[in-house]
Design a protein around this ligand. Sequence first.
Ligand code: SAM
Length: 244
Amino acid sequence: MPLYVVPTPIGHLEDITYRAVRVLREADLIACEDTRRTRQLLHHYGISTPLISYHEHNERQRTGELLERLRAGDTIALVSDAGTPLISDPGGQLLRAAIDAGLPVSALPGPCAATTALSAAGLSAEGFHFVGFLPPKSATRRKALEALADEPVTMVFYEAPHRLLAFLQDALTILGDRPAVVARELTKLHETYVRGTLATLTAHFGAETPRGEIVVLIDGKPTVPLPPPDDTILLAEIERGIAE
Ligand code: SAM
């Protein structure tokens, strides 16, 4: 009868809790974005719970059907392709419908690229603003960045690798030079943090287009303005291979 929101690994298959594995095994149905992707995870853990696809293109039509199953007493586990459902991922409509219908909902804690990146980036994590993806077009992206210019806490963005440079250039133009970090391929073999400022990161990624999945973190509004960018500032880059 409950709807469980279940986070799944963002790269490393071992990053899943014992409880998440049990909930996935005991559920009557798992609602997932891409059944092939979730099947790989289930196969790894020997789970044979039936799957139903639930993604941004069928979220509206599937919500009613899944709500009926919950009402009938079924337990449904909601997962996304990776990380925490609803965090830049589908699931919001089903969750809202279950809450509105007075049905029990429960979220399991687990992997999320934003909090994973924040916890090792080296920027303040006292408070943070999760922004997620900004619009892909520069004009609308710049408008969104203007609205964030006075944000005092660390901002966390998701970005596609082929748009990273344009994003950094717009951020530098709108926010001015500030400490920032590009976190790439978290929990995977080529996990990398490139730490610097928006100016040094723009120079770095101007010379090399990254691959893989990316989180960008930008410091909140500086209380005193930063000195002009210094080309001699070295980027601290940590290449860490996870061999196991
Ligand atoms: N729900 C997910 C979560 O909890 O983080 C986010 C899903 S969103 C569709 C996918 C984006 O998250 C990627 O484009 C990337 O920006 C970020 N992301 C996901 N996994 C990542 C990883 N292993 N390393 C860096 N960024 C990642």
